[in-house]
Design a binder for this molecule. Structure first.
Ligand code: SF4
Ligand code: SF3
Length: 586
């Protein structure tokens, strides 16, 4: 295996034996194969009409999402996505070649459930062979002949069917030998993974934008063919543009469905009822879980990135929604143990579960772990969480870790209502600068850096945060500036969009020509690929001189890193003293 997509890549070079995240080499190989298949679907979707692009896009976002760090460790589910992609690709090509192909075409619908239920790789391969034979019979075309002129990603069916694992070894990241081309392609793909996760969250709420799907298909197609560093650099920047569009769409989906986040004191203590802990980013899962647990005597708490669910008006009406338990994802091995109740992982980040709680953890959506029960949607798109409720009733209540509350809910709508207060504070000199410290948290000891920077910032400085990076400083008592808290939490990592809107609002309010004229600094913590999408979004919006830490991505080749430094002033975080000096000097 070779994987270098996250901040914890072994030796900051790449994981080659087993992922630091716990991903096994076979799973890594099948994930490579899934990306390869997704490129094939992207190629097959070129020139297709809107209906087909939407079909392809829905598949692509789920597949890309499944390969995000710590999202899905279940190789059979990854393999079933590969096979689903191969069938879809055939459908798209048949459609593109004039075959009567309707979005309701039963081919894919017929085979998808079978693929999902397969129990072994061999079974999956048998089913795929049967699916392809069936499809060829229906389309009445000789697919092999038609595939001949297309790139390999669009035609390697026989090799894949016969040798799924063997093929995986040939299509990995290192198959591309030119270092800068590899770096730019992977940078694009990691940005797309973040975009995919956000697009999927919006899609489950009924919000979709065909242009996002069209871009994902086109960008994947280009990452399989384009070897020109200049046009690939342009593609990276286009990815940032689509990241902004996608975060804006998700913001619209979340706020139109659940209301605008508002300033909230979130309880971090516990009660004495048995309970369910929900983690990840999917607010629809949150809603369904709250509805299905109401009146059952089972309480609900959020963990890690689900904390911002506490800020939404729609969820406040549930008395059994108690608050937030614990901290960022990487502390789950201890916190899930002491929680005692049932755990629902809706997305990344899953740490391979310990035996002590393996019998009381569930996954849903694109999350998965071998041996952990998975809650799927029914044909109406609903999920049945009754198994979690029944199990929770047999569990002990959570062990209390802490008491009190934390404050959040400073998304753009809430900030706009505070705008006058903020502008006055800036004009009076009480508030001198903002530091955006959004992003991800992770296990590295070096992430203390962000706690120390937060503690060391002058009292006239406000931290704008989003994502699980906030747990490094959201429980420090940093006080306020004339009633404005010094840590303003907008929400999940996708709510970094809100931070950008806030910055643009301030730029307008102060009549500045350039966003970089604002007294604003960036100390971004990254871990997985959503942070890559957020970073590319910031670059697209014109922000410069972003500091990124605790280490720069292993997937940036020296040549690509130089372009980012020269063009955008991106740099790694320095020592605490260096970063504080840079912030106070700006
Ligand atoms: Fe390693 Fe990160 Fe890839 Fe996991 S996701 S295998 S930790 S680089
Ligand atoms: Fe955290 Fe995984 Fe990225 Fe959504 S939960 S920010 S790391």
């Amino acid at each position: 295996m070779f994987c270098f997509q996250c901040q914890e890549a072994a030796k900051n070079t790449g994981c080659t034996v087993r992922g630091v995240c716990g991903k096994e080499d076979v799973t890594a190989g099948i994930q490579d194969l899934l990306i390869y298949t997704a490129k094939g679907v992207g190629l097959a979707a070129q020139g297709a009409g809107d209906d087909q692009v939407i079909r392809a896009g829905r598949y692509l976002v789920r597949s890309l999402f499944a390969t995000i760090t710590n999202a899905n460790f279940d190789r059979l589910r990854i393999a079933s996505l590969v096979l689903e992609g191969l069938v879809l690709r055939g459908e798209l090509l048949a459609g593109g070649l004039g075959h009567q192909n309707h979005p309701e075409n039963p081919d894919i619908l017929t085979w998808k459930p079978l693929l999902a239920e397969s129990r072994s790789l061999e079974e999956l391969q048998d089913q795929l062979a049967a699916a392809l034979a069936y499809q060829a019979g229906r389309s009445g075309v000789d697919q092999k002949k038609q595939l001949e002129n297309l790139p390999e990603e669009a035609q390697a069916v026989p090799a894949l069917v016969e040798d799924l694992e063997g093929k995986a070894a040939l299509v990995g990241i290192l198959a591309q030998e030119q270092e800068d081309v590899r770096s730019l392609r992977e940078l694009t793909i990691y940005g797309l993974k973040g975009i995919a996760a956000y697009a999927e969250h919006a899609a489950v709420l009924g919000y979709e934008d065909p242009e996002i799907y069209r871009f994902a298909a086109a960008a994947l197609a280009r990452t399989s063919q384009d070897e020109n560093p200049e046009s690939l650099t342009a593609l990276v920047l286009e990815t940032g543009k689509t990241a902004v569009t996608t975060m804006a769409l998700l913001d619209k989906a979340n706020t139109e469905t659940y209301g605008n986040p508002e300033i909230t004191q979130v309880n971090i203590g516990t009660r004495s009822n048995p309970a369910i802990l929900i983690s990840g980013h999917d607010l629809k899962d949150m809603e369904e879980l709250l509805e299905q647990t109401a009146g059952t005597g089972v309480d609900v708490y959020t963990h890690s990135e689900m904390l911002p669910a506490n800020y939404y008006p729609a969820f406040k009406k549930y008395d059994h929604f108690v608050g937030n338990y614990g901290n960022a994802w990487w502390q789950q091995d201890k916190e899930f143990e002491s929680f005692n109740g049932v755990i629902l992982m809706t997305t990344n980040c899953i740490v391979p579960p310990k035996e002590s709680y393996k019998t009381r953890i569930f996954t849903t959506g694109m999350a998965g772990f071998p041996g952990v029960p998975h809650i799927s949607e029914d044909s109406q798109g609903r999920k049945d969480f009754s198994a979690l409720v029944s199990l929770a009733k047999t569990c002990q209540p959570p062990i209390e870790l802490e008491q009190g509350s934390i404050t959040g809910g400073f998304a753009h709508h809430q900030i706009s209502q505070l705008a006058d207060k903020v502008i006055d504070a800036v004009k009076s000199g009480a508030l001198k600068r903002f530091v955006v410290m959004a992003g991800c948290d992770g296990r590295h000891k070096s992430r203390d850096h962000f706690t120390q920077v937060a503690q060391g910032l002058p009292r006239d400085t406000v931290i704008l945060t989003a994502g699980c990076a906030k747990y490094r400083y959201n429980k420090l008592d940093l006080g306020d500036i004339g009633g404005i808290p010094r840590v303003l939490d907008a929400g999940q990592c996708n709510d970094s969009y809100s931070l950008a809107v806030t910055a643009l609002t301030l730029k307008e309010a102060f009549g500045m020509a350039d966003i970089n004229d604002l007294p604003i600094d960036f100390d971004i913590a990254w871990y997985e690929q959503k942070a890559v999408a957020v970073l590319l979004a910031l670059l697209h919006l014109g922000f410069k001189n972003v500091r990124l830490g605790p280490t720069l991505p292993a997937f940036l080749s020296p040549g690509v890193a130089k372009v980012l430094v020269d063009t955008f002033g991106i740099q790694g975080t320095g020592t605490v003293e260096e970063d504080l000096a840079a912030i106070t000097a700006s």
